[in-house]
Write a protein that binds this ligand. Sequence first.
Ligand code: NAD
Length: 734
Amino acid sequence: MNLTNFRFETDADGIAVATWDMPGRSMNVITPEVMGELDQIIDAVVADEAIKGCVITSGKESFSGGADLTMLQGLRDLYVKLAKEKGEQVALQSFFDESRKLSLLYRKLETCGKPFAAAIHGVCLGGAFELSLACQYRVVSDDASTRVGLPEIKVGLFPGAGGTQRVSRLMQTGDALQMMFKGEQVKSLPARNSGLVHAVAPRADIVQNARDWLKANPQATQPWDQKGFKLPSNKVHSPAGMQIWPPANAIYRRETNDNYPAARAILSAVYEGLQLPIDLALKVESRYFAKILRTKEAASMIRSLFVSMQELNKGARRPTDVPPSKLKKVGVVGAGFMGAGIAYVTALAGLEVVLIDRDVEAAEKGKAYSHKLVSDQIMKGRAKTADRDALLARIKATADYADLKGCDLIVEAVFEDPKVKAEVIAQVEAAVGPKTIFGSNTSTLPITGLAETSLRPKNFIGIHFFSPVEKMLLVEVIMAKKTGKKALAMALDYVRAIKKTPIVVNDTRGFYANRCVGNYLREGHLMLMEGVPPAMIEAAGKQAGMPVGPLSLNDEVAIDLALRIVKATKAQLGPGAIDPAQEKLLTEMVETNGRLGRKNRKGFYDYPESGPKRLWPGLADIVGGRLAPELVDMEELKQRLLVTQALEAAKTYEEGVVTDPREADVGSIIGFGFAPYSGGTLSYIDNMGAAAFVKLCEKLAKRHGERFKPNRLLKRMAKTGESFYGAAEKKAAA
Ligand code: NAD
């Protein structure tokens, strides 16, 4: 055998062990080479009479993260090329054959006549878990890091190497569907209890455990290859089956609004596959897989949520000529809502934190937030008391700026008031050395303006978090006019250290994310003022693929904040810069009715002490008339809600605020949940085509006003047929 990614040894009892350990990689992934070597291993196990069975395990800290998604991207590219050169039919056949190879390989493994066992420690996901599902036996380590699962749905795909068929033959259908819909990662004990794996053992014993099982079960076959096999939830067309499928359809609709072809494919593949013998069922799955892999949703999600996100996390925007920062100590000034969260994520990353507020009590209150967050983790079994002690020991709560001495980086999160910020900047700069970088978490004040009060504008940068800090993955890093590359490098090193994803943007009012999401809120407000029933506005937001409707979202971020921003924009840019209907609505809500949002339990919704939130009936009085629901065009509402954000993203791109389509897309999905199936704001336009998008904008502008008018860049793109990614690739190649 010619193996580079596996070691292969056979013991005296005739049990072979294939240890997957790819050279030069920290994690095993399935590549064409790995597939070729697995094929050789199966052949060798079958050919050698002395071998009774084979254990597959990993030589790394984890089993494997699954298939190399760039390999799948490559398959798609090959299809496009073949279709051009040899026609659709040839391309489709080749695509089907190629995309089926892994599934056939796994089927070969499980029917080769000798048993295989997977010994799993760490994560075992996607295609790698499908490999272990094809093994007759699976043992997992009892370690907290061990997890199995099929997360393909998160990048617009579904398990296409037998996962949908094997999982639904091992577990209750409802559980199997849920696990795949959610892309759940299942820990060792629940995995064993639900039938996904057979045994749990200490890490050091998993290989021996698998060996022993193979020795005792040399004739083992998969349950579905045995005569009389019964499905865990009985037949699809049976009274039991009928308890499952109608609700499964409804849950699918509720969770996806039919925006995710991959989720629908899971439902179809399981429904159809469970009515067939396994080989045919696997073929059905393969047909769906080939179809899904060619969808624009899968292509866009793989690009944004896997490839681009990885590139940004690895520092795609980091200046290469600045050596890595030796980041040890971070000062967080302002221990309020945001500062407290920033202190927590920083300490969680193992960095020392000095947390400052106006007095020690306020600083301690901010630190107490970390106590609460780790305690919640302890309750959930995800952390130990010792972790809490260690984390809290890394946070020094103080009111003394002198404690900031020695900090490599400061993150400022005091009141959103330029005067207060200027005082804090002066106090910090008096306490720290000339090399310390200063990052402001302001959400509305241009960084260049704040940097004017700084003695060291080269060291001054924006580091904009989203709330709640501990949950939100995005951080916007904002370059002011004079920000230097060392400040940028430090900010990006910090964002990487706290395991968040950065996008680098140039300075402007609202930066990138808040400009787009602000438009989403405004469109919701304007719809309300037009008389669209609020429940329809909210439903349109969700059906378009946003995580929550615009009114709910405004309740979360606070209605008084929205009003403050509208007023500030009016004061600085004049009355033409705002929409009077929006100002009227927000003023009535906040100033006349005291409705501030979820924070005072009174917003567009009422938040009763018990029970779910309900739309506030008083909205009708503010709005006046209400349109009859049957006169409202739901499709158009959905378009308006997405187009207004995508158009704003295109404007930020034209203005040079965002300079890389990957950042616009990734930022929009992880920053404000822009319809993930689209791949992000600019992919939404690229997928529709600039010409069609411009046409849609013009139609909406005619019906709803100037705000939908396409910008010059889009009009040019519509003429030339250019796309955002096409242009960016050309630029990179030049
Ligand atoms: P907050 O009012 O909860 O906290 C501000 C804290 O700063 C308070 O604890 C206050 O005591 C402290 N402070 C005020 N003056 C100070 C001084 N001179 N020295 C030390 N501490 C001082 O406000 P927040 O919501 O945490 O917002 C803080 C910053 O973060 C603002 O610039 C805001 O625009 C920005 N931001 C907020 C959000 C959000 O969702 N709330 C999101 C992103 C960015």
